[in-house]
Design a protein around this ligand. Structure first.
Ligand code: SF4
Length: 398
């Protein structure tokens, strides 16, 4: 695919009439009693509305709802959506914003499903958290099916008698998995605090089970001095995760075989090309990229850290960035005195984040004005209790 074809694809994704993801069947939601959420049908009439009319209707509905509503927007959302956010951030920062809200009735979460679940867990039960399009999932989170994780846990604990394994789940996971780690002395982590969660885990056990992103787990372990051969990958489709018993016994970190489709696109060759074409370029990538890519970059960090690095950089500096294209483009337009570009010459949007379109905002907001809550994400009480334990352990880290 050429760069211009990639731009055309991005434009298709931003139009609800042509967006291929909007016309996909909604992602199958995990069928278990952990949460209640279902996709309500957006009326077709919303999908053909011109941008100006959507904008007017969104603003009017927000004015009616006033301080009863807060809108949270993830950095990877398109500009046409994020401009309505009261708060922007990565998943961790948005979780903190959700937890800090007082006297509100609704949170409209412009992000993906696991983020809305976390917001529901961190807000009082009477606050309704709404995901404008329930099909906005996360392909990485979906790689850790709770039933597979539960089965893997039983298998590995049986294979390692006498060893204490502490589960650590990335924020990008189902609420039922956060509850799973909460019940087992485990903790939730983000890309910004993963080393501190490993410290937490190794203070309590000999091994860490990390899911769903093998790359963040491996990069974190490596930065903490754990040799690569003491980190094994658990492939849930194979006996013992595809490991020999002695490999499992030697491992200190067991990495779930999951990844982010967006960040896995970045390669060492892209970094080498950026350096060849733009001498002096600073390369910064997200730790969901592979170990090889993180090793080849000048720096790595969460989306918040990438933003801070470019904000603080001197005028005239050049930045090749390995993360989602909406954030990179936004940074480029916010810093016209610097050169900021995406390492991937073909655009790399997170296709599930793209499922949030202004038409869904207009619809869910107008439903609220009419006294109806569409697309509510509600975590059941027991899951909420234990997931909150795991989240609060993370929020309490120094
Ligand atoms: S960028 Fe990757 S990890 Fe983030 S929501 Fe999209 S698929 Fe999930």
């Amino acid at each position: 695919m050429t760069a211009s074809e990639g731009v055309a694809l991005l434009e298709r994704y931003s139009d609800p009439d042509t967006c291929p993801t909007d016309r996909l069947e909604p992602l199958p939601l995990v069928e278990e009693p952990a949460f209640v959420s279902w996709q309500q049908e957006i009326p077709r009439s919303y999908l053909g509305l011109p941008t100006e009319e959507l904008d007017r209707r969104i603003r009017e509905a927000r004015a009616v709802l006033g301080p009863r509503l807060v809108v949270l927007g993830h950095h990877y959302q398109r500009d046409e959506v994020i401009r309505y956010a009261d708060y922007t951030g990565d998943s961790f920062k948005l979780a903190r914003h959700a937890a800090a809200q007082q006297d509100i009735e609704y949170v409209l979460f412009c992000g993906v499903h696991f983020m809305a679940e976390s917001a529901d867990i961190l807000t009082p039960p009477e606050v309704a958290v709404i995901l404008p399009n329930m099909a906005a999932g996360c392909s990485m989170a979906d790689m850790a099916d709770p039933a597979d994780v539960f089965a893997a846990w039983d298998e590995m604990t049986a294979a390692l008698p006498g060893e204490r394994i502490i589960p650590v789940t990335y924020m990008n996971s189902a609420a039922s998995l956060k509850a799973f780690v909460g019940r087992r002395d485990g903790i939730v982590c983000t890309s910004g605090n993963a080393p501190r969660t490993f410290d937490y885990a190794f203070a309590r056990g000999e091994k860490v089970l990390f899911f769903p992103d093998q790359h963040l787990g491996r990069n974190t372990g490596h930065d903490m001095g754990i040799p690569l051969d003491e980190m094994v990958v658990w492939d849930w489709r194979r006996p013992l995760g595809g490991n020999a018993p002695e490999e499992l016994a030697r491992a200190r970190v067991i990495l779930w075989k999951g990844h982010c489709s967006t960040h896995q696109r970045f390669s060492v060759a892209q970094i080498e090309r950026a350096r060849a074409e733009r001498p002096g370029v600073n390369v910064i990538v997200h730790p969901e990229c592979s170990r090889e890519v993180v090793a080849a970059a000048d720096a790595s960090g969460s989306t918040e850290r990438i933003i801070q690095a470019i904000d603080a950089a001197p005028a005239g500096s050049v930045w090749g960035v390995g993360t989602e294209i909406n954030l990179v483009n936004r940074l480029a337009s916010q810093h016209p005195d610097k050169t900021v570009f995406c390492l991937d010459p073909v655009v790399c949007p997170c296709s599930t984040m793209y499922r949030i379109h202004p038409a869904y905002l207009a619809w869910t907001l107008e439903e609220l004005v009419a006294g109806r809550v569409a697309n509510r994400v509600a975590v059941d009480a027991e899951t909420r209790e234990w997931a909150l334990v795991a989240l609060e352990r993370m929020l309490a880290l120094p």
